[in-house]
Design a protein around this ligand. Structure first.
Ligand code: NDP
Length: 281
């Protein structure tokens, strides 16, 4: 069997083109404010990429850099001001934050209507009860990839590896909403390989290079690799041993070029949705 490689770069580019066309028709330019506290190199790259993608689809610029020693109170006050600013459509605080700032306090301070990361407890709760509002970008992007590739979801057995609030849990909720039968696996799961072998759809989001081996993949399964891991020689690899898994899979995402590009495109999609919903009311 030769797996169909799901081209996240092309699917993300198509989504960005659709968003640019939508934005061009709006009577305003959506503004996404991305706040970076400190100068973590990886976060700086992510923020630069978000800014570039936002500009490409026609958003107004909104990147803010705060010093690494910014207090939690100062950051919360800045978020309160952005919440109150009618010209601001989306607010994203880049994680991880310096140790003296509580990420939960920051997440909960963002107006849920501008929470384009979908991490606010209210938005997480809406997803958990099956009425999604703003949904975390990475799992929502995975759903877009599955739809674009034509992977059947209703009635499929899905296994999600990893239960983080950013990826695994919302991924399981979205697949459940799409009528898949979902197993959410984690570090305490017994016989992970056997669980994976039962999957028609296998989503790996653990952060362990090459953990999913070829013989964990059922023939014809859709294998979605969310993992982004840097090896000692600085190469990017996923959580799936790609060369081993691809001959068994029906569909597979590469790393890089699979899920990664979808995350930023989906952030833009969430911002357009937040902007149009809020400015309409
Ligand atoms: P977290 O570290 O928050 O969560 C990892 C999850 O994997 C946990 O639930 C953990 O289980 C589980 N896990 C860890 N080790 C094992 C193991 N040996 N067996 C089974 N389960 C295990 O990671 P994230 O969810 O934030 O990210 C996961 C990966 O996805 C990372 O590589 C990250 O870089 C990548 N990522 C990619 C994005 C993209 O845009 N493509 C966006 C976000 C993340 P437990 O809960 O029991 O500890």
């Amino acid at each position: 069997m030769t797996a169909q490689v799901i081209d996240g770069k092309a699917i993300a580019a198509a989504l960005r083109a659709r968003l640019a066309a939508e934005v061009a028709l709006l009577p305003f330019r959506p503004r996404l404010v991305v706040i970076l506290v400190g100068d973590d190199p990886a976060s700086s790259v992510y923020v630069r990429n978000k800014r570039k993608a936002a500009a490409e689809v026609g958003f107004a610029d909104g990147t803010e850099r705060l010093a690494a020693d910014t207090s939690e109170a100062t950051l919360l006050a800045r978020i309160a001001a952005l919440n109150a600013d009618p010209e601001v459509d989306g607010i994203l605080v880049q994680l991880p934050l310096p140790a003296h700032i509580r990420a939960e306090a920051v997440t909960a301070a963002i107006d849920p209507a501008k929470d384009v990361d979908g991490f606010h407890p209210l938005n997480a709760g809406h997803l958990a009860i099956g009425r999604p509002t703003l949904v975390p970008c990475t799992p929502k992007g995975v759903m877009t990839l599955l739809a674009a590739a034509g992977v059947p979801l209703a009635g499929a057995r899905a296994v999600v590896l990893g239960r983080s609030t950013i990826v695994g849990r919302p991924m399981a909720a979205l697949l459940t909403l799409a009528d898949a039968t979902v197993t959410l696996a984690h570090s305490r799961t017994r016989d992970l390989a056997a669980e994976c072998r039962r999957a028609d759809i296998l989503v790996a989001a653990v952060g362990r290079p090459g953990m999913v081996r070829g013989d964990w993949v059922a023939p014809g399964a859709a294998v979605i690799d969310v993992g982004i891991n840097r090896t000692a020689d600085r190469t990017l690899v996923g959580d799936v041993a790609y060369a081993e898994a691809a001959p068994h899979a029906g569909w597979i995402t590469p790393v890089p070029g699979g899920v990664g590009p979808m995350t930023i495109a989906t952030l833009l999609e969430n911002t357009v949705a937040a902007a149009t919903a809020r400015r309409r009311t």
